[in-house]
Design a protein. Structure first.
Length: 259
């Protein structure tokens, strides 16, 4: 299926590994030139080389922390007029809300709510003027079904979701769409790290705990970042202009909801 976005330009945040990398690769294979960022330059450059080899498109690697104003400025300098923006940032730590002080809440809100809003603010008017824009925010299934150990994420990402719900309907008439992708359990480094911490808390070894968690997913497996990337690419396609302000679960059926 031709998604109709060959030759477009995209910014994909936090894309050296995991879900961000899956999105960048899927877009590149569709012929989209991509600008990617991460804090770790070595992993970022390796990912950029991998995407170039797989797709043949132009890939610009910007070592930067997207959660800072300076990092966002560097990304936008590399791609000042993107057609596609994929917002992504590392999620806040798991734990009990009693353990988090005000500074940790402020960081969670900055990283997972304010950062994507600032990038949207920077690129939206250009998209409107060009009559094409696709913005996808990677959030979490916890937006639909809050998880007890993800209180920081529950709060910050829910705030972003509420903001997007209002803005998306203001700009859809310009062929600019804003949607959210809500991942469940995926085979990523972040997922593994989180499961190790939860396994330790439950006094179980990692392998046993991970198998139990996998069995709880109706699909009976963890997701592959590449399939997540393909879902993102579809939301960025030329033919997705009638999908507006939606929260698409990509979670193997874990959230039991009909709405």
């Amino acid at each position: 299926m031709d998604l109709g976005i060959r030759g477009r330009k995209a910014i994909v945040c936090a894309a050296s590994q995991g879900l961000g990398k899956g999105c960048a690769l899927a877009l590149a294979i569709e012929g989209v030139d991509v600008v990617i960022n991460a804090r770790g330059e070595e992993a970022l450059q390796a990912t950029a080389a991998e995407i170039r080899a797989a797709s043949g498109v132009r890939v610009i690697a910007v070592p930067a922390d997207v959660t800072t104003a300076q990092g966002r400025a560097a990304l936008l300098a590399a791609c000042p007029a993107p057609d596609i923006l994929v917002n992504n940032a590392g999620g806040p730590p798991i734990g009990d809300f009693r353990d988090w002080d005000e500074s940790q809440w402020q960081k969670a809100v900055n990283d997972n709510m304010i950062t994507p809003i600032m990038l949207i603010r920077a690129v939206l008017d250009g998209m409107i003027e060009r009559r094409f824009g696709r913005i996808v925010n990677i959030t979490s299934r916890s937006v639909k079904a809050p998880l007890p150990h993800l209180g920081l994420s529950n709060g910050a990402r829910a705030g972003l979701t509420g903001f997007v719900g209002g803005l998306a309907r203001q700009v859809a008439k310009h062929n600019v769409t804003i949607n959210n992708l809500l991942p469940g359990a995926f085979a990523t480094a972040r997922q593994t790290d989180g499961l190790r911490k939860l396994a330790a808390k439950a006094n179980q070894d990692y392998e046993t705990y991970a198998k139990t968690q996998m069995a709880a997913v109706p699909a009976n497996r963890f997701g592959d970042p590449d399939e997540f990337g393909k879902a993102c690419a579809f939301l960025c396609s030329a033919d997705s202009g009638y999908i507006v302000g939606q929260n698409l679960l990509v979670d193997g059926g874990s959230v039991n909801s009909i709405i």
